[in-house]
Structure formats: structure tokens, C-alpha cells
Write a protein that binds this ligand. Structure first.
Ligand SMILES: CC(C)(COP(=O)(O)OP(=O)(O)OC[C@H]1O[C@@H](n2cnc3c(N)ncnc32)[C@H](O)[C@@H]1OP(=O)(O)O)[C@@H](O)C(=O)NCCC(=O)NCCS
Length: 165
């Protein structure tokens, strides 16, 4: 747990799942997953998730992350969001910093995330993280648009891999 400006950054607890789901719906930017999916994240992956509580008790942001079973040196940031009113104040980077300082990320030297080509803010944030960590990063194919259901009109998800750090 850590403090950044008016935010407390901490691991997820099971009671966060419903709020995470609502946060994603309200964001209109993140892919909505089922409420059950957020229960799984907050239950089994709590220590690689970050919740940012604002002083007024509202959820200011969150990270849904996990360590892939076949890559012990890597943490994947599956979803990250800052509430619209808190963006541009360093909260995204602060949540990523909190995640990387965790005991669960002790062996981690790479961070991966996928970013859609149109998501300028997300790409800027991960580029800024690489700079902060003084680490290289590579971008590669990730998930082609053809892997998503046609009806979803989903953009491709380019893989952003930062490290080693
Ligand atoms: C991407 C997102 C999480 C960034 O959160 P944030 O709290 O505003 O990020 P920060 O304030 O820590 O900014 C980090 C860096 O990104 C840059 N940045 C953030 N938003 C930007 C934007 N819209 N355009 C250009 N650069 C931007 C900042 O300038 C900063 O870089 P710097 O340190 O070089 O100045 C936020 O915009 C968001 O929630 N977007 C909607 C959800 C989403 O797209 N999530 C990512 C996909 S999973």
C-alpha cells in the first residue's frame, strides 16, 4: 500500500469487484468484462491488481494485472484506467509504480500490456513508464483484429513489452 497525492494505492479486495465493473462501464473506454471476471481478478489476482482510492472514498483508478504462468519474469497489465476527472496528474504512472514495488513482482523484470492503435494516452503512459524505469521497450503484433469476433469491430491490440528493468 502507498499514498500518491490524494490517493491511497493498495491491492484489490473482493469487495472491489463490483466497483471495478462499474468503473469500466462508466469509462466508456475500457473493454467491459463480466462482473464475475472482476470477482476472479480480485480473488485470485488481488496482489497484481491495484486500486486507487480517492480521499472522498470513490475509486479513482485501478489496474487489473496478472503474472502469466509460463513467464515468471513478467507482469501483464490487462486493464488500467484513471477516472476522467483524475487524468493527467500522474495517477496512471503511480499505480504502475505501486504494482512493480509489490512483493509479488519481486522477480519481475518485464511489463507487458496491449494497446489499440488509437489509444494515444495509453501509449504515452507506457512510453513514459519505460523512460522512468530507464528500460527499453518493443512493440509487436499482439492480437490481430481478426482474432476478435467480427461483430465486435475490435481494433488490433499491439503488444507493448517494457524491460528488462
Ligand atoms: C491511459 C490512462 C490510464 C492514463 O492515465 P493518467 O492517470 O492520465 O496517466 P498519467 O497522468 O500518469 O500520465 C502518464 C503519461 O502519459 C501521458 N499522457 C496521459 N494522457 C495523455 C494523453 N491523452 N495524450 C498524450 N499523453 C498523455 C502523460 O503526459 C504522462 O507522460 P509524461 O510523464 O511524459 O508527462 C487514462 O487516460 C485512461 O484511463 N484512459 C481510458 C482507459 C484506457 O484507455 N486504458 C488503457 C488501455 S487498457
Amino acid at each position: 500500500m502507498s499514498q500518491y497525492q490524494d490517493f491511497i494505492l493498495r491491492p484489490a479486495v473482493i469487495e472491489d469487484a463490483a466497483r471495478m465493473w462499474q468503473f469500466v462501464i462508466d469509462s466508456k473506454a475500457l473493454d467491459p468484462n463480466s462482473p464475475y471476471c472482476y470477482l476472479v481478478l480480485c480473488h485470485h489476482f488481488a496482489n497484481t491488481c491495484v486500486v486507487a482510492d480517492f480521499v472522498d472514498g470513490t475509486m479513482a483508478g485501478f489496474i487489473a494485472g496478472y503474472r502469466p504462468p509460463e513467464a515468471h519474469d513478467t507482469v501483464v497489465v490487462w486493464q488500467i484506467g484513471s477516472a476522467a476527472r483524475h487524468r493527467g496528474r500522474g495517477l496512471g504512472l503511480a499505480m504502475l509504480g505501486e504494482l512493480l514495488r509489490r512483493e509479488d513482482c519481486r522477480e519481475v523484470s518485464y511489463l507487458e500490456a496491449t494497446v489499440t492503435p488509437s489509444n494515444t494516452a495509453s501509449r504515452a503512459m507506457f512510453t513514459a513508464l519505460a523512460r522512468e524505469l530507464k528500460a527499453d521497450y518493443i512493440q509487436s503484433t499482439g492480437f490481430e483484429a481478426s482474432l476478435f469476433p467480427k461483430e465486435s469491430n475490435h481494433e488490433p491490440e499491439r503488444l507493448f513489452r517494457i524491460g528488462p528493468f
